[in-house]
Design a protein around this ligand. Structure first.
Ligand SMILES: O=C(CO)COP(=O)(O)O
Length: 214
């Protein structure tokens, strides 16, 4: 299973969380990665944790003030990027452009979507993976794998119908190892989560709990 921890803009110490991600990754068969804010990518990557960007823009080098260039996050140490997170929604043409920008820079891609229909559309753009995250469950602590298992199974089917090479992740409310196991039982290859680690008093213990049954 792939466990991708999105730090959003939570007021956690990104380096401390990254060190925990690195250490727990070394103790499990699961693959762990962390997605800090763009300004923290370099310091996070220096810990040795697998580091992702939260977003890249559909742009090239040039006159794009305030945008995030795929090549720049690679220079800082990122190896992958989220695209179209529920908190950073893009138009379809821009999702496509961001996937192409990430490919150009050799970044792995996870395109997020709200529901199975959008997952099918996202898979058609050829990312490495898609992630279904019902927005109403994000940050609630109520795991999507329990609260809405149908949306996860439908997303797995929708992606497979479009492109069986595209992996499927799910997210929203995932915070325990049982949640991760339940997600895996619904057919996903990974989970995307945030508050269960970023807001935990002890992020390392939270990560250990997440991978313990894997
Ligand atoms: O948006 C999410 C991950 O990108 C999910 O957030 P929570 O894990 O806090 O529900």
């Amino acid at each position: 299973m792939f466990v991708l921890v999105n730090l959003k803009t939570y007021p956690c110490d990104p380096v401390a969380v990254a060190e925990a991600v690195r250490d727990v990754d070394e103790s499990t068969d699961a693959r762990l990665a962390v997605a800090p804010q763009a300004a923290h990518i370099e310091r996070v990557a220096e810990t040795g944790a697998e580091t992702w960007a939260q977003h890249v823009d559909p742009i090239e080098h040039g006159s794009n003030t305030g945008h995030t260039l795929a090549e720049s996050v690679v220079d800082a140490g990122a190896v992958g990027t989220l695209i179209n997170h529920s908190e950073q929604r893009l138009k379809l043409a821009d999702i496509d452009g961001s996937v192409r920008a990430a490919e150009r820079a050799d970044l792995e891609t996870v395109v997020c979507a709200n529901n199975a229909e959008q997952i099918g559309a996202a898979a058609a753009l050829g990312p490495d993976a898609v992630a279904v995250e019902p927005p109403e469950l994000i940050g609630t602590g109520t795991p999507v794998s329990q609260a809405d298992p149908d949306i996860v199974e439908d997303a797995v089917e929708a992606a497979a119908n479009v492109d069986s090479e595209v992996s499927v992740l799910c997210g929203a409310g995932i915070s325990t190892g049982d949640d991760v196991v339940a997600a895996g039982d619904l057919g996903v290859e990974g989970v995307l989560l945030a508050s269960g680690v970023a807001k935990a008093d002890d992020p390392q213990a939270a990560l250990e709990d997440l991978v313990e049954p894997l």
